[in-house]
Unconditional design. Sequence first.
Length: 195
Amino acid sequence: MKVNQAEFVISAVGPNQYPDDALPEIALAGRSNVGKSSLINRMINRKNLARTSSTPGKTQHLNYYRINEDLYFVDFPGYGYAKVSKTQRQAWGGMIEKYLLERETLKLILLIIDLRHPPSKDDELMYDWLKHHDLPVCVVATKADKIPKSRWQKHMKIIRDALVLRAGDQLMLFSSEAGIGRDELWEQINSFIED
Ligand code: GDP
């Protein structure tokens, strides 16, 4: 995909704020600080359209980014951050669950994982929940630049095994820092929005 235009659209707190132009949507889920904003910025080759922050859990809404007139990236709040209240967590969970189950324009969920570490319990729960509901997932293992290439496959296998990656779901290597995997991830996204 050649990105000519990328624009932040809205930080939505509920369905009435979601865009209504029916463009396909690619959602991004993952733990706080895993590198979701950086991944979006790398995909569109912009330094900081998506806000990267060192304060985990700061993103509390569904952040919509429009890419050309082709699709939206929908950035979810990062999960697994202890300091948010239980009520807040439940509210986010409810909103996200509803979005995932009811949003007709949703084409693919990118589950972002840190290549260096085995998936967390929250990652496993998220993946199992998505699969339970038959949602299409692509697992993206990011921060690949942080470990030597010779260990990539070993780490990929740990992630694949821990998640019990289902047939048909891709596991892709990525680095926002080094640009690794960008073209492959665009190819993957395109294959989900074209049908
Ligand atoms: P988010 O909370 O998931 O949006 O995470 P951010 O995109 O803000 O990234 C969290 C931290 O990880 C920041 O300090 C980023 O610079 C760093 N980071 C993100 N992706 C990469 C990557 O691919 N390689 C390296 N080395 N650092 C990364």
